[in-house]
Design a protein around this ligand. Structure first.
Ligand SMILES: C[S@@+](CC[C@H](N)C(=O)[O-])C[C@H]1O[C@@H](n2cnc3c(N)ncnc32)[C@H](O)[C@@H]1O
Length: 219
């Protein structure tokens, strides 16, 4: 898979990175959204879980705190957010495995994870890299494993649609707003793929998705 050295930082501008956590808490229904994403994954004790594009580690830590008996890995391309995530894990007294790397070339063996999360990461990637990242996610999941995504989605009402007219030109949001994330997931081999929830926010509709890697066919 292709490696990328250029990337869009957590809040677009590097200088905003220290403000990422407080802004997320104030501007978005962050706690509700991340709790719902974890709940829909039905994580079991002993599983391996990866948070791709983990940023400052809020979701990564929440997974570990909610499910202490799982091995939780976080990967992000940006060393600055990973430093924040490490500090937060230390303060919380939690062990999570954080690593720098890119979603388009995951540094893990095939079939290593039971669950992969990607929260607000895919809209940072070009269309080509969205596809690479989803293919990589599919590769590192075990058969029967699941991908759980939170990201910009199709607007569900006129006010979300109006906001989307602007937001679709920000970063790499355009494909999300057109409803293409589930299409790309299906193209990567995930089946079934479905939207599980949608949140109205100041920057438009945020959707949750579940995408399953089919279990091995034993017939
Ligand atoms: C909006 S932040 C989301 C952070 C966190 N997942 C959350 O929900 O708060 C997007 C993150 O994706 C990371 N990112 C961007 N491109 C990436 C790539 N190619 N591989 C891995 N992470 C990437 C950024 O560094 C950033 O931390």
């Amino acid at each position: 898979m292709k490696k990328r050295s250029r990337y869009i930082p957590a809040f677009h501008f590097r200088w905003l990175t220290p403000w990422y956590d407080p802004m997320m808490r104030r501007l978005y229904p962050e706690s509700a959204l991340k709790a719902a994403l974890i709940a829909q994954a039905h994580i079991q004790s002993g599983q391996n879980v990866l948070d791709v594009g983990c940023g400052t580690g809020t979701l990564t830590l929440l997974i570990k705190q909610t499910h202490p008996n799982v091995a939780v890995y976080g990967l992000d391309v940006d060393s600055e957010v990973l430093d924040i995530a490490r500090r937060k894990a230390e303060q919380a007294g939690q062990t999570i495995f954080l690593q720098q790397g890119t979603a388009t070339c995951l540094p893990y063996p095939d079939g290593h994870f039971d669950r992969v999360f990607a929260s607000l990461m895919l809209h940072h990637l070009t269309r080509e890299d969205k596809r690479h990242a989803l293919a990589e996610t599919f590769r590192v999941l075990k058969p029967g494993g699941e991908l759980h995504v939170a990201d910009f989605g199709e607007p569900g009402d006129p006010s979300m649609w109006l906001i989307s007219l602007v937001v679709r030109w920000v970063e790499e949001v355009h494909d999300n707003v057109l409803g293409l994330l589930p299409v790309f997931m299906a193209e990567s081999g995930f089946k079934p793929v479905g939207e599980t929830a949608s949140y109205r926010t100041v920057s438009g509709a945020l959707a949750l998705y579940r995408a399953c890697k089919p279990a091995v066919d034993r017939t």
